[in-house]
Design a protein around this ligand. Structure first.
Ligand SMILES: [Zn+2]
Length: 250
């Protein structure tokens, strides 16, 4: 398969080695063209990297890493795959492009407080198995417990809920693992939750881009210690467990 950046490389090689142009094109133009070319090559190689991470099956985009956990995955019944690995979304929700972080989940109509927004589905992996994931896959894991994570093998709508420091969703307290509306959600509003109420993995600090008036600026592993009171009744089972272990907690 010939990628576009290979063609650009070939074009640039011909361009600079041609004696007619060598004397005509000024150094500034050459530098300018080189900068644009390097920028384009970087963009294309990151796009290729993302696409190379997947294979297509029955119209579904599946992470190749899935085959490390389940070598028999491609032989599985499609209906069972969809049932087990594609999250159950509220019918009024859809993925749109113009969100805080590129893609995000938005509401097509008003949703009332308390309505179930999503029941997450995925493949359970241990902390040790996280080592089998690559940098793209790492964006699609959810912490379930200290050593238990849910990996999303198929790119599906449940993967695109973004973080916000002023969210409208929190964890459901029912048996099924998912999100509920913490307040009424307006039409065309993005549905977000505070990642601090899900887990404390990874042990890294990220810059927050939510831009809300009360933005914490950074998302840190121990943020749950400062947010758990605010989100009482909407914490994930794992964060509830951590809160119980806090000294003087009542
Ligand atoms: Zn924020």
């Amino acid at each position: 398969m010939i990628y576009i950046h290979d063609l650009i490389e070939k074009y640039l090689f011909c361009y600079f080695s041609n004696s007619f142009f060598r004397h005509k094109v000024t150094m500034i133009k050459k530098i300018g063209i080189s900068i644009i070319a390097v920028f384009m090559l970087n963009c294309l190689s990151s796009m290729n990297k993302k696409n190379e991470n997947y294979f297509m099956m029955e119209g579904m985009k599946i992470s190749k890493t899935t085959l490390k956990f389940m070598p028999e995955f491609t032989k599985k019944n499609i209906r069972e795959i969809k049932k087990n690995y594609i999250s159950e979304m509220h019918p009024a929700l859809e993925v749109r492009e113009n969100s805080i972080e590129g893609q995000g989940v938005f509401s097509k109509r008003e949703i009332k407080k308390g309505e179930v927004l999503v029941v997450f589905k995925g493949y359970m992996i241990s902390r040790k198995e996280i080592e089998l994931l690559n940098e793209v896959d790492l964006n699609y894991i959810t912490q379930f417990d200290e050593n238990l994570f849910m990996f999303s093998p198929i790119r599906e709508p449940g993967d695109f809920f973004n973080h916000s420091c002023s969210p409208n969703a929190g964890f459901s307290q029912m048996e099924k693992y998912g999100l509920v509306a913490m307040r009424d959600i307006k039409k065309d509003e993005e549905v977000t939750y505070d990642y601090s109420i899900e887990g404390n993995y990874p042990d890294e600090t990220w810059k927050c881009l939510c831009g809300n008036y009360n933005c914490r600026k950074y998302i840190k592993p121990d943020d749950w210690k400062i947010t758990y009171k605010k989100y009482k009744g909407y914490l994930s089972p794992y964060i509830k467990k951590l809160v119980k272990k806090l000294p003087n907690n009542n």
